[in-house]
Design a protein around this ligand. Structure first.
Ligand code: SAM
Ligand code: SF4
Length: 325
């Protein structure tokens, strides 16, 4: 469906849990994380019913996220349930990759189409400082195994001066031999992200060019569902992408809404606005009734974020893991 400004909304990001097996500094506090009680989480069946309702409105692509989606039991089964919904053409996932090698066979069997793996550095000590967890070989392994399984793979990196500013070229180097895209996502001043120093994508680009030479804009077919802008580096098999929500706002072409793990349909990352769907789903509302509530909410989607210092009373106060990044 289109919203009130004519934006085509066809993409839903579904958080399946607020729990995570890592503690990235810009996303979750080291300790004292209060996880949502299990009975407040949508069941897999409730998630599927809400997605089916959204599909009636033209949502055709779903991304599973979290928290860490793979810590939710039954995640591969959910992939299969979503793939079976008429109108849903693509089910993808964003993961920190730690559990991916173990679950890859089930996920591919269920029909997962693509995976985004978040990895901010290849340096074990800095990975440990950043995620507050030791780096197992598993994330890099996960990348290669996902490629070998035939999935489309993107590696997503959030660049901060404090933690990985000097590792960006090495990380982009993953795309030199491999057919995957490495994408740089500008740190958003949400939750704990406010306390760190972002490296803007213009700065990232300059750092990569200093090592690999000038980039050329990528002019091939469209890659993915989002606002990333892709570039080519000489001799690289994959591309480098930039998602520049802060330095180059792209709200005018925003195509997405979000469903939190507790069933709140969220219309924009920056604001709390949205509509709770869990009780409705739990009281037995059918797809048609849910679709009408979702439709009315999408018509209220904010026009744009205002990360530049807005003091509106409805600003998002939760961490990225609670919202579903
Ligand atoms: N655990 C999964 C993962 O790490 O991919 C999925 C959830 S995580 C919240 C989704 C993405 O949000 C990750 O790529 C993470 O780096 C990113 N993220 C978290 N906090 C952020 C922030 N303040 N600004 C920009 N990206 C952020
Ligand atoms: Fe967990 Fe992903 Fe947040 Fe890191 S970014 S703490 S992996 S949810």
């Amino acid at each position: 469906m289109t919203d009130r400004t004519g934006r085509e909304i066809d993409y839903l990001r579904v958080s399946v849990t607020d729990r995570c097996n890592l503690r990235c500094v810009y996303c979750m506090p080291a300790q004292g994380v209060e996880a949502v009680p299990y009975d407040q989480l949508l069941t897999l069946e409730e998630i599927a019913r809400i997605c089916a309702a959204a599909a009636r409105l033209g949502i055709s692509r779903v991304k599973l996220t979290g928290g860490e989606p793979l810590v939710r039991k039954g995640c591969p089964r959910l992939v299969g349930m979503l793939k079976a919904i008429p109108g849903i053409r693509e089910v993808t996932m964003t993961t920190n990759g730690v559990l991916l090698p173990r679950l890859l066979p089930q996920l591919t069997a269920a029909g997962l189409d693509a995976v985004n793996i978040s990895l901010d550095t290849l340096d074990p000590a800095r990975f440990e400082a950043l995620t507050r967890s030791p780096m197992e070989g598993s994330v890099r392994e996960a990348i290669d195994q996902a490629l070998a399984a035939g999935l489309r793979v993107k590696v997503n990196c959030v660049a901060t001066e404090e933690y990985n500013g000097e590792d960006l070229a090495e990380l982009a180097g993953l795309a030199r031999e491999r057919r995957l895209d490495v994408r740089f996502i500008e740190l958003m001043p949400i939750g704990l992200g406010r306390s760190l120093t972002p490296v803007s994508n213009d700065q990232v680009k300059a750092r990569l060019e200093a090592v690999y030479g000038p980039m050329a804009p990528y002019r091939g077919r469209r890659r993915g569902n989002g606002p990333a802008v892709y570039w080519e580096l000489p001799g690289f098999a994959g591309k480098v992408g930039f998602i520049s929500a802060i330095s180059h706002e792209f709200c005018g072409s925003c195509n997405r809404v979000r469903l939190t793990s507790t069933g709140f349909l969220k219309l924009c990352l920056h604001y709390r606005d949205g509509v709770p769907l869990r009780e409705l789903a739990r009281e037995g509302a059918g797809e048609e009734a849910l679709a009408e509530v979702i439709r009315q909410a999408i018509l209220q989607k904010p026009l744009h974020h205002d990360f530049g210092g807005c003091q509106a009373p409805n600003l998002e106060r939760h961490t990225m893991a609670q919202i579903g990044g």
